[in-house]
Ligand binder design. Structure first.
Ligand code: NAD
Length: 484
């Protein structure tokens, strides 16, 4: 791997301002999903080192929370500038360990950096309140204070943005952090730590624990009462487990979990716009995003025309290694992901779906799966009820608005939904009826640092980004003052 700044390729964890190995010397291999090659060996920490990271964060807490908003803002801004300067290296690191096309990786670096820039500004605006009192002899005030040490457990599909979306508001609010990145993509997290160190965050404020023993590290982060906040992004079953574990000491929890996004194309939709939207929301990151379209409901009056246009658009998506020019679809993260996609496609075909395109592996990379379209899918099939997390578009016909809304909501998930219509009455009705935390209307890309990201139902708790994102890292304290 060729980096302009070799210091960005770190192999050790980062605790209390020091790079460190596992106490037993264990390491684990990080592989390039496109080739299977080992690209690095990284320190494999456990429960004891996690406790040490928590202790370091706790020791830094009082001083960090006493920094003014402006002082914290300046450090975040410096970190942002360094991430922007290092964007090419960070994109190379990310494509090497995660597989997404390198242009997409650069896009994620910029998206991830945008949270650092945003919360550098928000750090200066954590306002309290003065409440008109209930008695003449009283004065009522509200303070917002940092919650304390915050832990972040993050997934592999957005190795940088899922970290900055949590860490930037935590640091802005005055909370030191302990990060446990995915064992599949630790290098991006360690590069962020290197840049945070260069930015000058005080010792103990920024800690990264790399580990293949996620359950052990997770248990410590949940059980240690010095950690006052856990923010998790990942699968729903792990999120439920962590919420249970955090209940023992009533830790504040944010969960960004799985999704099952419907994408509804009404008969009055601009079909070409809907095709662009579906390509972006379905095939980005080879279908491995939590807000990825999972089910495409198409009105029967435009079903055939939409399917034809989608076929043409999907055939234009080049597959291959994310470092190759023009590639739009890289490898899936590992063979487990590949087998899951294959099994869902087989189940759908066995139950009456028809294959319009793809439906097979491609061999120029390991774990390659061709962009695929299935027609005549039923909303009850496994492929419509489970999160596919792969480049498979499933077309489901409908006729009535009420029926499609009911089908769209017929899932335990509630993260993102999309629909295309040019009827203003329908736009309001459907927007309000969809049981989702985020709705794209005539738009397939909805994520931005300026708007609240998050789900309802089993897709999660809490919101990231926007003016609301800092709320998860502060406690509200009410002061009641007698003035006689
Ligand atoms: P995952 O749940 O397997 O892993 C996520 C993180 O949790 C990793 O760091 C992993 O090591 C850790 N982990 C696993 N088991 C643990 C345990 N018992 N205790 C503590 N930590 C544990 O998820 P994944 O496969 O890495 O990511 C894909 C999932 O993440 C998908 O379901 C996707 O929808 C979801 N996701 C959600 C959002 C969102 O914002 N809602 C964003 C990205 C991904």
């Amino acid at each position: 791997m060729q980096l302009n700044n070799p210091a960005l390729l770190q192999h050790q964890s980062f605790i209390d301002g020091q790079w460190c190995d596992a106490s037993n010397g264990e390491v684990f291999a990080v592989k390039n999903p496109a080739t299977g090659d080992v690209i690095a060996e990284v320190a494999d920490l456990g429960a004891d080192e996690t406790t040490r990271a928590i202790a370091a964060a706790e020791a830094a807490r009082a001083d960090w929370s006493a920094y003014t908003g402006k002082e914290r803002s300046a450090l975040l801004r410096r970190w942002f500038d360094l991430i922007i300067e290092a964007q090419d290296d960070l994109a190379v690191l990310m494509t090497s360990e995660q597989g997404k096309p390198v242009n997409e990786a650069r896009g994620e670096v910029l998206y991830g950096a945008s949270f650092v820039e945003w919360f550098a500004e928000e750090a200066k605006r954590v306002y309290g309140d003065i409440i008109p009192p209930h008695g003449r002899d009283k004065r009522l005030l509200v303070l917002k204070q940092p919650i304390g040490v915050a832990a972040a457990i993050t997934p592999w599909n957005f190795p940088i943005a899922m970290i900055t979306r949590k860490v930037a508001p935590a640091l802005a609010a005055g909370c030191p952090v302990v990060i446990k990145p995915s064992e599949l993509t630790p290098l991006s997290a360690l590069a962020l730590a290197q840049l945070a160190q260069e930015a000058g965050f005080p010792q103990g404020v920024f800690n990264v624990v790399t580990s293949t023993n996620a359950p052990a590290v997770g248990k410590v982060l949940c059980a240690d009462s010095r950690v006052r906040k856990l923010s998790f992004t990942g699968s729903t079953p792990v999120g439920k487990l962590l919420a249970e574990q955090c209940a023992s000491n009533v830790k504040k929890v944010s969960l960004e979990l799985g999704g099952n996004a419907p994408f509804i194309v009404f008969d009055d939709a601009d079909l070409d716009a809907a095709i662009s939207g579906v390509i972006a929301s379905k095939f980005r990151n080879a279908g491995q995003t939590c807000v990825c379209t999972n089910r495409i409901f198409v009105h029967e009056a435009v079903y055939d025309a939409f399917a034809e246009k989608l076929k043409t658009a999907v055939h234009a998506l080049a597959v291959g290694n994310g470092f190759d020019e023009g590639v739009a679809i890289g490898p899936l993260i590992d063979d487990r992901a590949l087998h899951k996609v294959e099994s869902l496609v087989k189940d759908a075909l066995d139950n009456g779906a028809t294959l319009l395109s793809g439906g097979e592996r491609f061999e120029s990379v390991t774990n390659g799966y061709r962009p695929t379209i299935l027609s005549n899918v039923d909303n009850a099939m496994r492929i419509a009820q489970e999160e596919i997390f792969g480049p498979v578009a499933t077309l489901i016909p409908f006729t009535e608005e009420a029926d499609v809304v009911q089908m769209a909501n017929d899932t335990p998930f509630g993260l993102a939904a999309y629909f295309y219509s040019r009827d203003i009455g329908r736009v309001w009705r459907v927007s309000e009826a969809l049981e989702y935390g985020m709705v794209g209307i005539n738009e397939g890309i909805i994520s931005t640092e300026v708007a609240p990201f998050g789900g309802i139902k089993e897709s999660g708790l809490g919101r990231e980004g926007s003016k609301y994102g800092i709320d998860d890292y502060v406690e509200i304290k009410y002061l009641c003052m007698g003035v006689n």
